[in-house]
Design a binder for this molecule. Structure first.
Ligand code: XIL
Length: 736
């Protein structure tokens, strides 16, 4: 008898590490193999927030992720193949995804490749001559050289002696049809800096010409057509210029659009009905990229034609290009004399090599600590003698070509400590006087930010409540089942205790910012996993977290239905009641709230939230309060709606918490208008006996999830804005 063969562990095909820019999609197919041929299960560990791991239906899965600025740095993702018959048999593979911050200006401070003024495709009839000028330009003003590739027989390309050249061609009858001709412009000194522009030159026989007497097709609704839109090829170091032209049968000029454009590419209007897609790819783009070009009928925008084209980017074997390294992500900080600056300096090289980083000047008493991974920490204890602006220069040198360097200067403002003082009393003092909570959300890893000492001083002085902006989120805090990352959450809990702040936990159950293992869990386990998670968090901070956002954002935006989150899929609507019951059991003293956004005024979503909470309360679900996030815009005016809306929730017997207040502006002129939205919203809360807290989502524009809209109380240099004084006055003077 042959002994039964032992079941062997499945394996995964190799997976390469990748480097991408912010905003660029990573897409990786993960292929498991099983020696016995039984399709193994596949899972992902450490999935980044927002990534997907979708089933291709053939045993493989595709990992897709569009990293955001906050993801800059490197992220490790692990895939695991699990034997279908024995889940102890498994094998993993990890990939490191390096996300580069795309600071275009910095990337381009080097010499830029010359370009050609956009050329258009042309047609010529047999017997005629095609004759056009090719005009190069160089952003730095050097006169570049020009050459042509695939020149048709009989054509000429003469020097006009003014930097331009003339293309002339009288085709013969053997040349009927389309010819792709490429013009290449390059810098004589550095031929890797060049741009290629290809055009299609079509030779028509006489009879092709449409007889103008022939009846014209009627205005029609046939979809527009692209002319000669084909897959493209470009070498690294070159700029692709692709002219896109579409026509409609009725002669009208269709609109043109593009989606899935690579970061930093453009699709500009040539003013003649055509557009040019221009792209200078980086090594991260090597291989194939697909863009989608759309032509839209001029009369009826619902009539459109889509075409996906492939752009292949390769290294030119004869002309390897090396990109200079850069230093990203340093913003000039402001600190107080007496504080220690702690600035991380992180170089990146588009070629994925590790450049050498040095400081050209440093204060005498500073340290420039090597972190062993190519980055360094610039640590500088300052004192009163340092008051003023200090500029330091960092240099990175390419590890393969020492002539490729990049310098970054960085200005630290060391200010007189008194310049951060605010007149009047601190917000928390005023709030405590009326038994009210005034809170903020704390940045992740606050002790590691450059200006931590100032950040925490202001936070501690002004607020009596704090929420971690990210570190209670499941994706952060429980990256693997049963494995918890408590460091930041513990640190914040200790800080809150130290400063006598109420700790507000956020959130226990949410549809997003989940770890991969939860996004792809077997939903029949949802309830157990939810229970474990709630027990762990609420249990650890029992007696410390006074308020928990138990369920966050359960309602969809438009139709008011429940979002089809993993929790909903596993447990149905009951997940909401279950979550509250679990939290109540884990800490009977904690205040439990439901939290959502865009529900501050009357709309479908707030109606849905009202009905949901009413239903839950009637069923006995232990919900104490409702959190209104209130991410508003400075043109918000519906204060009456806000007031009446809060009232209907208060009438349900719920306490009201404003949990994530911020007011985005579109221009800086609106500071007073922003302050007005701060004031009126706080007044509404103070006037409402059930409104217990007003919390802003951060406090300085420097660290805001909507930083570019300056939505917070302090500007990015920690100066109190009109919004701050509006809250101060309101807390002081407003009578209920
Ligand atoms: C945001 C954080 O501010 C960001 O740092 C993070 O990258 C994404 O999440 N509603 C919520 C908050 O409940 O948790 C969100 O916070 C903002 C919207």
């Amino acid at each position: 008898m042959t002994p039964a063969l032992a079941n062997q562990a499945p394996t995964l095909d190799p997976i390469d590490n990748v480097t991408v820019f912010v905003g660029e999609q990573v897409s990786v197919r993960v292929v498991p193999r099983d020696p016995e041929g039984v399709v193994p299960g596949l899972r992902i560990i450490d999935i980044p927030a927002g990534a997907m791991f979708s089933d291709n239906g053939d045993g493989t899965r595709t990992f897709k992720w569009l990293p955001q600025s906050r993801d800059a740095g490197s992220t490790k993702v692990t895939f695991e193949a699990v034997d279908a018959l024995d889940e102890n048999l498994r094998n993993g593979r990890s990939m490191t995804i390096t996300v580069l911050q795309n600071e275009q200006n910095e990337m381009e401070t080097g010499n830029l490749p010359p370009e050609i003024e956009s050329l258009v495709d042309r047609e010529v009839t047999l017997g005629e001559t095609m004759d056009f000028r090719v005009v190069p330009y160089d952003p730095e003003g050097v006169v570049p050289a020009l050459r042509v590739e695939n020149m048709p027989g009989g054509a000429s390309f003469d020097d006009n002696r003014d930097g331009t050249r003339q293309f002339r061609w009288t085709p013969n009858s053997d040349q009927i049809g389309a010819h792709q001709v490429s013009f290449i412009v390059y810098e004589e000194k550095n031929q890797s800096l060049r741009t290629r522009q290809s055009v299609t030159l079509t030779v028509k026989a006489e009879q092709d010409i449409v007889n103008p007497e022939e009846p014209q097709p009627p205005i029609n609704s046939a979809a527009p057509q692209f002319e000669d839109l084909t897959d493209q090829f470009v070498y690294l170091g070159q700029t692709l210029n692709l002219v896109v032209r579409a026509t409609s049968e009725d002669g009208s000029v269709p609109g043109l659009a593009m989606d899935r454009m690579p970061v930093d590419s453009s699709f500009f209007d040539n003013g003649d009905g055509t557009r040019t897609f221009r792209w200078f790819p980086y090594p991260v783009n090597l291989g194939d990229t697909y863009v989608n070009v759309i032509a839209i009928d001029a009369h009826d925008p619902s009539i459109r034609t889509d075409k996906t084209i492939k752009i292949r980017v390769e290294r030119d074997p004869n002309n390897p290009v090396n990109f200079p390294p850069v230093i990203n992500g340093i913003r000039n900080p402001t600190i107080r004399a007496g504080d220690t600056l702690n600035q991380l300096v992180q170089p990146v090289d588009p070629d994925f090599t590790v450049p050498e980083l040095s400081a050209l000047n440093l204060p005498n008493d500073a340290q420039f600590v090597d972190n062993g991974d190519g980055t360094r920490d610039f640590r500088w204890p300052t004192d009163a003698g340092d008051i003023g602006d200090h500029t330091y220069h960092f240099r990175v040198v390419d590890s393969e070509d020492a002539s490729l360097t990049f310098e970054k200067s960085f200005t630290v403002t060391v200010a007189e400590p008194s310049s951060f003082e605010r007149s009047g009393e601190r917000l928390r003092v005023l709030a405590e006087r009326r038994d009210f909570l005034i809170g903020y959300a704390s940045v992740l890893n606050a002790p590691k930010i450059a200006d931590n000492e100032l950040y925490r001083q202001i936070a501690g002085d002004e607020f009596n409540m704090v929420t971690p902006e990210n570190s209670h989120k499941m994706g952060w805090v429980q990256p693997h089942r049963g494995v918890f990352e408590w460091e930041d959450a513990d640190d914040l809990a200790a800080y809150a205790r130290d400063k006598g702040m109420v700790l507000h936990g956020h959130p226990l159950v949410w549809y997003t910012q989940l770890p991969g293992w939860v996004q792809f869990m077997d939903v029949s386990e949802a309830k157990t996993i939810m229970q474990e998670h709630i027990n762990a968090l609420v249990g650890r901070y029992r007696g410390q977290v006074k308020i928990w956002d138990v369920v966050n954002e359960a309602i969809s935006d438009n139709d008011g239905k429940l979002r089809e989150s993993v929790w909903y899929k596993g447990m149905g609507e009951a997940y909401i009641a279950e979550a509250f019951k679990m939290a109540r059991a884990a800490d009977p003293e904690a205040i439990l709230i439901y939290n959502d956004y865009d529900v501050a005024w009357f709309n479908t979503k707030s109606d849905a939230m009202y009905n949901l909470l009413k239903r839950e309360l009637e069923a006995g679900t232990p919900i104490d309060g409702v959190g209104f996030q209130m991410h508003l815009l400075s043109d918000f005016t519906d204060f009456e709606g806000m007031n009446n809306n809060l009232q209907r929730f208060a009438d349900l017997g719920l306490d009201i918490y404003i949990t994530e207040f911020d007011v985005s502006m579109s221009s800086n002129d609106e500071l007073e208008q922003q302050a007005e939205v701060y004031r009126r919203s706080l007044e509404i809360c103070l006037a409402q006996p059930r409104c217990k807290a007003m919390q802003s989502w951060g406090f300085t524009d420097r660290y805001s999830w909507r930083s570019s809209n300056n939505p917070l109380l302090f500007d990015d240099k920690y100066q109190a804005k009109p919004a701050y004084y509006a809250w101060q006055r309101t807390l002081r003077d407003f009578l209920r």
